[in-house]
Design a binder for this molecule. Structure first.
Ligand code: TYM
Length: 346
């Protein structure tokens, strides 16, 4: 029997942080190696265009993300690793799905609102009026609003059953399921309804503000996978902590230390109770020193492999081209079926 399909993508927007890793990428590798799924992992270069990068940055970041994929353990022999923009049928499916999507649904997406608000200065965001918000929405690029429709097309084109992502993508997955249902109801069963797969850390928080998600848009709070050992030590040392001195998991009363404990536990595999016991009577500083060494050791192999891949851009391009060809074949078959269903294949 065919294995269930699993699809996920990451935007080539710069260095990966430990939130990308613990929320998504680590799971990509584990799921790939379980051998239970037909895996598709792609570089979401079209989604990255919504941030208006320069051509040079987009190319550099695409190659760098391909190197990240391999350095962390994705394997083109086990998974189809490809570049989103090379899949032409994706454009057709995105258009077809957009005709089933109410504009209002797109405008109420949390990720959309957060992205458009980034255009404002920090002080302005908190006290924004309804009128000002509408103004910012009208000025934003259309791609930001369309983002989830393209994402739904990414997923439905391959009949994915599972989508490993952080919890910031749940609303987009919900829309994907709604669109699959709508299409099936109108044209007959064509798509499966995909579910997201979460890790134990679907939302890693910022190192300098545990109320905010770790995000590339706020690099100061990010721990990047490529960070050199001395930078990791420095960042973890400087990470905010809570009042008191007990090392205890309590998301409400101790959000900062809880975030660090979760990072520790996800990397080491030790459960929270065991960790709390290990650090009873120890100081924040002792815990942070251990966490830094754990992170440094965990990513040592990745850093070595990523460095080794630095001069290998043509080999990386070949891997992407070959993966895109494989994904393209599957996509071409599916779009043929879709076109027949909607009545444009005469
Ligand atoms: P991107 O590149 O913004 O994020 C890549 C993945 O990292 C997860 N993530 C986090 N997880 C936990 N804690 C965090 N602080 C954190 N920050 C980011 C994201 O949830 C994501 O899984 N829209 C996608 C790209 C995409 C996609 C798709 C994914 C495009 N098409 C189709 C799945 C299926 C995104 O946000 O990428």
């Amino acid at each position: 029997m065919a294995k269930p399909v699993l699809v996920s993508g990451i935007q080539p927007t710069g260095k990966l942080h430990i939130g990308n890793y613990l929320g998504a990428l680590k799971n990509f590798v584990d799921l790939q190696n379980s051998g239970k799924y037909q895996c598709y992992f792609f570089i979401a270069d079209l989604h990255a265009l919504t941030e208006n990068p320069t051509a040079k940055d987009l190319t550099t970041n695409t190659i760098s993300l391909a190197a990240d994929f391999l350095a962390i353990g994705l394997d083109p022999k086990k998974s189809i690793i490809f570049q989103q923009s090379q899949i032409e049928p994706l454009q057709e499916l995105k258009w077809i799905l957009s005709t089933l999507t109410p504009v209002s649904e797109l405008l109420r997406m949390t990720a959309f609102k957060e992205k458009v608000l980034q255009a404002l200065k920090p002080g302005e965001r908190e006290k924004i009026t309804k009128e000002k918000f509408e103004e910012v929405v009208e000025a934003s690029n259309f791609g930001l609003a369309e983002y989830p429709v393209l994402m739904a097309a990414d997923i439905l084109l391959y009949d994915a059953k599972f989508v490993p992502v952080g919890d910031d993508q749940d609303q987009h997955l919900e829309l994907t399921r709604t669109l699959a249902r709508k299409f099936n109801a109108k044209f007959g069963k064509t798509f499966s309804e995909p579910n997201s797969l979460h890790t134990a850390t679907p939302r890693v928080m910022s190192l300098n503000d545990p109320a905010k998600k770790m995000s590339k848009s706020m690099p100061a709070g990010c721990l990047f996978l490529e960070d050199a050992p001395e930078i990791v030590r420095e960042k973890i040392k400087r990470a905010v902590t809570d009042s008191g001195n007990e090392i205890k998991y309590d998301e409400e009363k101790k959000p900062a230390i809880s975030n660090l404990l979760k990072i520790y536990s996800s990397i080491s595999g030790e459960n929270m109770q065991k960790l709390e016991k290990k650090y009873t009577g120890k100081t924040y500083s002792e815990f942070k020193t251990d966490l830094a060494e754990l992170v440094i050791l965990h990513f040592a192999d990745y850093r070595k492999k990523k460095k080794a891949l630095a001069g290998k851009s043509s080999a990386l391009k070949t891997i992407l081209t070959s993966g895109s060809k494989k994904a393209g074949k599957v996509a071409a078959r599916k779009i043929g079926e879709i076109k027949k269903k909607i009545g444009i294949s005469l």
